[in-house]
Design a protein around this ligand. Structure first.
Ligand code: SF4
Ligand code: SF4
Length: 442
């Protein structure tokens, strides 16, 4: 094991209020699901899964209920036992209705899969990939890209680095941090399984320097691992963004038209590594997600292991509720998370947090004229020109937006955060990128 003590980072970025003190020391507590569980068939990047169960079927924990369709897709497995109530569109975090399997939870959690302890050394690469696919593992850092696809690049010998993302740079979130403290062995074993698939690659576990306990834990546990290096990265947002992390840990650059694999890298979040370990070692399906319930409106901030499909309103009520009616509720972190219109939605594989804030400070800000201070330019990790891009976005000028390399925007929100004129640039860039993608499809 090598320890890289230099603080690796990238150019740009910001230092928002961290807010991690609410839940930093709160251990992960497993909880039970809600009486009604909802499983959207599209909770990953790629094609929706196809329901393979029907109304009134009896369902068990770990049972396949949605089967991956096509190359980029993922299985959905039930996190509870019970009776299938209906298959119908249900609201999700994006504010849209998605076809979902609804199960009435019988509260018994009857298992529908066998517990194994596999001998990893006897598994072929195909066996490993198949187990990850069967378990429905996707990128749990937010993207939800099917992991069995990510681990199957054209040429495995071209991959030089497997980077484990333990940065958790989003303010308030501590679910990854707690996982690193409490289940570090699972993360390391998951990485070793992935390294078995990529014999020429080195493993890098990247952790921000505001998590000294996690850094210490990994240094101790990886002391004898020659193929694994612990890299301490500088605490700065968006340090955990794929491009920022690849640059900080390897010095390699990627652009919007490249995949990390094109730069010889594969990046997976710490929770994904633990899920890989569970899937390959024990044939455990991915049926829970670790979530941080936090913010000044939350009565009892905590870290929970939540069965996928659990109703978020039920989750909050069962775990202390709100001390004050929040003006803003966000799924995920304050920088890249999604503002929720309703809590009557399910936890999905990529759910990492419910952030409840008493005041919605962003909506109180009034946008004023640009004062040409250049701060947005300084903080942009993609090294593009947010101020000029915003001008093109205001005029819906797609050609200009493309010319200004607007498609390189990673939607991190740094420009909007730093802007003294409170210009809501990131939202307009998201819209412009959607327009460009739609125009290219035509
Ligand atoms: S949102 Fe886009 S333009 Fe703004 S700082 Fe982030 S990458 Fe740059
Ligand atoms: S930070 Fe805001 S005010 Fe300053 S140059 Fe950028 S858009 Fe203009």
């Amino acid at each position: 094991m090598k320890l890289n003590v230099n603080l690796n980072t990238f150019k740009g970025g910001i230092h928002p209020y961290e807010g991690k003190e609410y839940t930093n020391d709160k251990m992960i507590t497993p909880i039970e699901g809600s009486p009604e569980m909802v499983f959207p068939l599209a909770q990953h990047i790629g094609a929706s899964a196809k329901a393979v169960v029907k109304v009134k079927d009896e369902v068990k924990v770990g049972q396949l209920i949605g089967e991956a369709q096509g190359f980029v897709s993922a299985n959905i497995l039930s996190s509870v036992s019970g009776i299938l109530k209906c298959i119908e569109p249900r609201l999700d975090a994006s504010g849209t209705y998605k076809e979902s399997i609804v199960i009435t939870n019988d509260g018994l959690y009857t298992k529908g899969y066998e517990e194994h302890k596999n001998d990893i050394s006897s598994l072929s690469d195909e066996d490993i990939i198949e187990k990850i696919k069967a378990a429905g593992v996707v990128g749990l850092g937010g993207a939800g890209f099917p992991t069995h696809v990510k681990l199957s690049p054209k040429d495995r010998s071209h991959i030089d680095y497997i980077i484990v993302n333990g940065a958790e740079c989003e303010p308030y979130l501590t679910s990854d941090y707690r996982l690193m403290i409490e289940r570090s062995s699972q993360i390391i074993e998951g990485l070793k399984i992935v390294l078995k698939l990529f014999p020429h690659a080195k493993g890098i576990i990247a952790i921000e320097n505001n998590k000294p306990e996690a850094i210490r834990t990994f240094i101790q546990k990886c002391a004898l691992e020659d193929q694994i290096e612990i890299k301490t990265v500088y605490t700065k947002y968006p340090q955990g963004g794929e491009r920022s992390l690849i640059f900080a840990t390897t010095g390699r650059k990627i652009y919007s038209k490249m995949l990390p694999a094109d730069a010889g890298c594969i990046v997976d979040n710490v929770a994904t590594m633990a899920a890989i370990y569970q899937a390959v070692m024990f044939d455990h399906p991915l049926v829970t997600t670790i979530m941080t319930l936090t913010g000044d409106a939350m009565n009892e901030p905590c870290n929970l292991e939540v069965p996928i499909g659990t109703n978020l309103k039920y989750l909050v009520e069962k775990n202390g509720g709100f001390k004050e009616n929040p003006e803003k509720i966000i799924s995920g972190g304050p920088m890249m998370g999604t503002a929720l219109m309703s809590l009557d939605i399910p936890a999905v594989k990529t759910s990492s947090s419910i952030l409840a804030l008493i005041k919605d400070e962003v909506s109180m800000c009034e946008e004023t004229a640009c004062i040409h201070c250049g701060r947005c330019l300084d903080v942009c990790p993609s090294h593009i020109a947010p101020q000029l891009m915003y001008q093109s976005a205001m005029k819906n000028n797609i050609d200009k937006f493309i010319k200004l390399n607007g498609m390189e925007c990673i939607e991190c929100g740094c420009c909007s955060y730093i802007c003294p004129a409170k210009r809501n640039m990131t939202q307009s860039f998201k819209k412009m990128k959607r327009l460009v993608i739609a125009s290219r499809k035509k």
